[in-house]
Design a protein around this ligand. Sequence first.
Ligand SMILES: Cc1ncc(COP(=O)(O)O)c(C=O)c1O
Length: 492
Amino acid sequence: MHFNLKGLLSRNGFFLDANRPQIYINLYTAFKKAILNRSLETGSKLPPSRVLANDLGISRSTVLKAIDLLLVENYIVSKKGSGYYVRPPQDKKLKLSFPTIEKKGGYPKLSKKGRAFSDNAKYMVEDYNTGVAFRPGLPPLDIFPVQIWKKLIDEYWKHITPSELSYCNTIGLQCLRENLSQYLKVYRDIHCHPDQIIVTTGSLHSLYLVASVLLEQNDEVIMENPTYPMAHHLFKSLGATIRAAQVDTEGLNWSTISCQHPKFIYTTPSCQYPLGMKMSMKRRRALLQWAAQKETFVIEDDYNHEFSNWEKPLGSLFGMDSQQRVIYLGTFNKLIHPSLRLGYIIVPDHLMDAVSGLYKQSSRFASRENQKAMSIFIERDYLNKHLRKVIDTAKERKEIFVHHFNTRLGDSFSLDHNSLGLHLIAHNKLNITDTCVEQALLQHNIRGHALSKYYIRPNNANGMVMGFCSVNPKQIKETIQKMGQVIEQLIN
Ligand SMILES: Cc1ncc(COP(=O)(O)O)c(C=O)c1O
């Protein structure tokens, strides 16, 4: 990478003056200043002398003279066959100067929403840069067919046209929406027109779009308790008043709360998040009737349907709705891998303009490259094959996880392995809080989320939500052994 350094050097005193013959001295001084004040970082590579001369409008021999001086004084070093690099300052006493930030006077205040987003972000676990075992919500990452995906991306770039490098339709590529509507017909018995589908970067993005166009300050939102914490914090940031309804073996039970005018009900009927049960048919019918009575929307987060409906398929709430009350959210980030960033919403007609309008005026559209690759991934049956492999792998890893976990940690936790999802809940038998366990594990590079954080209000929950299938059996076993040691240290 060769940056044009003209601006940087002129900020550090380089200028061309016909009356000054020794331009190389001026250039050397500007370089020296830039290195000392760290505008040019240690290790940065200088552009080749020919490029530099061209960018600065001076002769190459002038540049080479300045470079010689910088070399002699050890500001730069020459690496054979590679070029010139900035050296760390030799004089240890030399103080590197950074611009100081002066805070003069006041600044415009954050909006109420801005403050809420900033405050609520604190509740989210930042554990992105370490290992993945046993982070909840991850599929078997090691079996993703990298070579196939690479082939699809190569094909995309081989046939790319200039106009495809321009902006893309906000609601998503037509081919992907068509393939998605076929996929949803087969897997979810959902019959929808491709034009009802908006391709997003995932379910959280979909939730943001939908909730933003619906919520006014203090609007009531019904959520399952426990629930998906990111959704909870998002709705709160957008000003909602949360009504936390209990869940029982049949799923969301709204009769446990009083709520006059809910703006919407957020639910995970295929696989309650995080407890993992499926909403019964009776409850689904009743929920749709109640939503109609209350004239409200239901957001169906079907984040996990591929797994939770594999053995005992049950259709979606969306498929049972005849009133356009259900807003359906799906995602490929959970089935394929989360850094894919592709999801979708099936939007009722009367919300289409608002949701797509907000999308257009904010993040515009999801990566065209990934949309195209995903479309072909579905069309050529790779998705179907991958799904089968994921299901088999998840089943196998669940057994392995349960076996090793119970053997090594059975005295400390009791594992509830009835969940239909890709995580299990380990209830804590120890006299230690789950947040404490979470922190201790994190320090040893082991994931596991505290169950109490999934609840809307302070509660007595004490358990760990553990994803069991993102890593291979050997790593599962090793990580459980390590977890056993962490827990022993914690209790001793
Ligand atoms: C219940 C639930 N819904 C939605 C999402 C968000 O998925 P995405 O990565 O597509 O934004 C998650 C992610 O963990 C989830 O657990």
